[in-house]
Design a protein around this ligand. Structure first.
Ligand SMILES: C[C@H](O)[C@H](O)[C@H]1CNC2=NC(N)=NC(=O)C2=N1
Length: 101
């Protein structure tokens, strides 16, 4: 996967397919809500598995019934790359199965 920084427009175009994901230019972020704490914690474990498989890791925050992810690519100077978008895609794919909103 390329680790060249994406342009702001590229990032915004790719986030069109990722509802709920936002960007401030230097990272992409999403917060998921759950029915309760254990559901949120289970999602964290699944995200950790996906991140290990991809070799790419977000900053994850577990709240009472929420999980927040923020990610960019350290090896690309902290800019957004295709790896960040791929991680978002993989997390989005499993989120409904966790009852995430
Ligand atoms: C060796 C290891 O795969 C690299 O250090 C990975 C680990 N996870 C990573 N995660 C993120 N967000 N950016 C990176 O550049 C990165 N590099």
């Amino acid at each position: 996967m390329a680790v060249e920084p994406l342009s702001q427009k590229d990032v915004e175009d790719r986030l069109q397919e990722l509802p709920g994901w936002t960007t401030d230019g230097d990272r992409i972020s999403r917060t998921y809500s759950f029915e309760g704490h254990f559901a949120a914690a289970a999602m964290v474990v699944h995200i950790a598995q996906i991140q290990e498989e991809l070799g790419h890791h977000s900053d994850l925050t577990l709240g009472y019934n929420s999980v927040s992810l923020t990610v960019n690519t350290h090896s690309a100077g902290g800019k957004v790359t295709g790896l960040d978008v791929e991680l978002a895609r993989r997390v989005e794919a499993v989120a409904p199965g966790h009852g995430a909103r």
